[in-house]
Design a protein around this ligand. Sequence first.
Ligand SMILES: NC(=O)c1ccc[n+]([C@@H]2O[C@H](COP(=O)([O-])OP(=O)(O)OC[C@H]3O[C@@H](n4cnc5c(N)ncnc54)[C@H](OP(=O)(O)O)[C@@H]3O)[C@@H](O)[C@H]2O)c1
Length: 284
Amino acid sequence: MTQLLVIGAKGKLGSRIMMNCAENPDFSVIGVDVDELDITDFSATRAYIHQHSPTAIINCAAWTDVDGCARDPQTALRVNGYGAGNIAIACAEMGIPMVHISTNEVFDGTSTTPYNEYDPTRPINPYAYSKWVGEQMVMRHHPRHYIVRTAWLFAHGGKNFIHSIINAVKANKPLRVVTDEVANPTYNDDLAQAVIKLVATGRYGIYHLVNSGSASRYAFARYVLDRAGYADVSITPIISREWTRPSTPPTYASLNNNNGAFLGITLRHWQDAVDAFLTTEGLL
Ligand SMILES: NC(=O)c1ccc[n+]([C@@H]2O[C@H](COP(=O)([O-])OP(=O)(O)OC[C@H]3O[C@@H](n4cnc5c(N)ncnc54)[C@H](OP(=O)(O)O)[C@@H]3O)[C@@H](O)[C@H]2O)c1
């Protein structure tokens, strides 16, 4: 039986992994978050991991406020870069595998086709740079790693793009959404299931685990509204230069899942995932 420790267990992805593992007889799972363990504290992280002695770790902890990271790159680097390194060092000492969750933003967005796992990375904003440093730290400190890059997570509860769009419509707010930012909308439940399958494989490396197909933010919003009964609500298409914000996301950051597919780990199309999400929310 895998004794799993999920770090960042209260977040969008971590909480779903916790929930799915709790129902899986092959796993016993414990979770921890920043209120109990701050991954930027190396001694505390090391002590916690040694004390609980899991047989595998999934690191979902991160500072995911991309605009916050742009305002405070040092904190971003400490959490997303060195924090990941601290966990990797402890995993290497214990000789246990580590799954580290990363992002499509490690790519610069200049491609016109989906990025493969082996494509060169070039982060272009402080969040992306901090996540890229996290990848480097994990790879250098611990060979038994799975680096899982994902994109545009949506999850039940909390703040997410689908709820923001629907809430804006309900509040009669005008909608302006960018057409030139493209990636893979990904359901946290599908990703959690894929990560749980991956951790059992022993096939270390870099993985792109996202719902298949890609969309612009505009196309994503349009699909949500059409499916949720708001087909008559218009959205004004804009380009990212018209939407100023502290962070500069890569424009085209769609991912291709090659390595997961070789292992039979694939995620359904993002539109099917959105339908499943809306059905669960009673919105379809
Ligand atoms: N969300 C997306 O669209 C997206 C896209 C691509 C990749 N990812 C990656 O996917 C992973 C999971 O993302 P998510 O959306 O589940 O993130 P999330 O909901 O923000 O969860 C991250 C968790 O980590 C915790 N945390 C923050 N700083 C910490 C620290 N110093 N020590 C321990 N825990 C800390 C957070 O606590 P607080 O909430 O209290 O800060 C939060 O509970 C991250 O690695 C993220 O970079 C996410």
